[in-house]
Design a protein around this ligand. Structure first.
Ligand SMILES: *Cc1c(COP(=O)(O)O)cnc(C)c1O
Length: 428
């Protein structure tokens, strides 16, 4: 990104905010406070802030529960048996999918296991999984335990890709080359969409294409991608994906996850899967009969009846995404994170003191910048936290900063720069 378009001044930040078509969306969220001031919340990659509309949405279902009890399942404008349905078209847009390819359910780690039951089908020679080194720990544990469940040794069956020596990011060509190199052994390519530690947005289109070309299944963990970067899962031909809703999707702590299963698998009734009654043909669900008959599409992977209260929060939040539009969100995000990169370069010393390990090209990253501190370390981070920054520290020396376009402003980024400048000036 051309950083010379930016200026480190309050006037400039105010002007950017005035020109921002999404500037009014900040008011739709509660911003936490510290010492009587709103914090600089750059932690939407960990837990998105609460939309003000969430309470009313949950309260509607609480009231219905109080007034109707069990009859709420079938009565009223939004019967609970269909609670997940309004989320489908909005999730589909965020993922670049068809509504029948997506469904909100369970939690992320549970869903990843369920999807691997169906799409990690190791055979004699083709039993390996290709993934990135340093993936989020839950994903590492999930892959290793799945591999063991099938009787293989994770050391042998999981191939981890690391960046080239001295580099922090994976090169797309190296990923594609690895797929070609191991094409005869791979049963699955499974990666994150946006890497949680570096913020790298992998080329999911190229990865999906290369894997499919060799008859290898491909799936993505989109925990840091959904609501953050543009996605086109259907066109890219990914087999499956899952995500969580409490990071960029602002749906509340631990709230419902979701899955994507490509249309090409929609009617594969015999695909191995762990089944439950909510995935059974919904027209016959309450006949309580023997013999599982999966619904077509992603719904066939449902197990349990819908978590209605969580979905109420999820829906309120998704409607904000619908109102803002992912195109506008992404356009602002590129500018806002570009501005943060500029401000960091203006304020935090030279390259010997810090290093931005996230990609410098906006198309290869989401909103997050990962700042590697060669000096200062945790003490600096603690000082900034004391002064009202909410960001995220990862050992050994990385601060993750995620200005999110729905509720962060250019003035937030400017204020961050000012805080950093003052704290570094006062260092001995
Ligand atoms: C946040 C995150 C998780 C968390 O998993 P839960 O099952 O929701 O606790 C897993 N994987 C990745 C890549 C994440 O970023």
């Amino acid at each position: 990104m051309n950083l010379s378009r930016f200026a480190f001044s309050l006037e400039f930040a105010k002007e950017m905010d005035n020109k921002d078509p999404l500037r009014d969306f900040r008011d739709k969220f509660y911003i936490p406070e510290k010492n009587g001031h709103p914090v600089l919340y750059f932690c939407g990659n960990s837990l998105g802030l609460q939309p003000k509309s969430v309470a009313a949405s949950i309260n509607r279902d609480l009231k219905k529960w109080a007034e109707k009890g069990v009859e709420g399942h079938f009565e009223g404008a939004k019967p609970w048996v269909d609670a997940r349905k309004p989320s489908k078209p909005i999730l589909a847009k965020l993922l670049g999918a068809l509504p029948e390819e997506v469904v909100a359910m369970n939690s992320l780690s549970v869903n990843l296991h369920l999807l691997l039951v169906s799409f990690y089908r190791p055979e004699k020679r083709k039993f390996k999984i290709l993934t990135e080194a340093g993936a989020f720990p839950s994903d590492q544990y999930i892959l290793a335990s799945q591999v063991k469940y099938h009787g293989y040794n994770p050391e042998e069956a999981i191939i981890e890709m690391s960046p080239q020596p001295g580099e922090h990011l994976l090169r797309t060509n190296d990923i594609l080359e690895k797929i070609r190199e191991h094409q005869d052994e791979l049963a699955l390519v499974m990666m994150s969409g946006v890497q949680y530690y570096t913020g790298q947005f992998f080329d999911l289109k190229a990865i999906s294409r290369e894997a499919s070309l060799h008859g290898i299944k491909v799936g993505f963990d989109l925990a840091h991608a959904i609501g953050n970067v543009p996605l086109a899962l259907h066109d890219w031909g990914a087999d499956f994906a899952t995500w969580c809703s409490y990071k960029y999707l602002n749906s509340g702590p631990g709230n419902v996850s979701g899955i994507f299963v490509h249309q090409k698998h929609a009617n594969e009734k015999d695909i191995p899967r762990f089944a439950g009654w909510w995935g059974h043909d919904e027209g016959r669900r309450f006949l309580m009969e023997k013999g599982f008959d999966p619904m077509p599409g992603a719904d066939g992977w449902l197990l349990s009846n819908d978590p209605v209260l969580g979905l109420a929060a999820h829906q309120a939040s998704l409607e904000i995404f619908e109102a803002a539009g992912m195109e506008k969100i992404r356009a602002k995000s590129e500018l806002l994170t570009g501005y943060l990169e500029f401000v960091i370069r203006e304020t935090i010393g030279g390259p010997g003191e810090f290093e931005l390990i996230s990609p410098s090209k906006p198309s290869e990253r989401g909103c997050q910048l990962s700042l590697f501190l060669h000096k200062g370390g945790k003490a600096i981070f603690d000082l900034w936290t004391e002064q009202g920054l909410v960001a995220d520290w990862r050992n050994p020396n990385v601060i993750r900063l995620a200005p999110t376009p729905l509720y962060n402003s250019f003035q937030d980024v400017y204020a961050f720069g000012k805080m950093v400048q003052t704290s570094l000036d006062s260092q001995p």
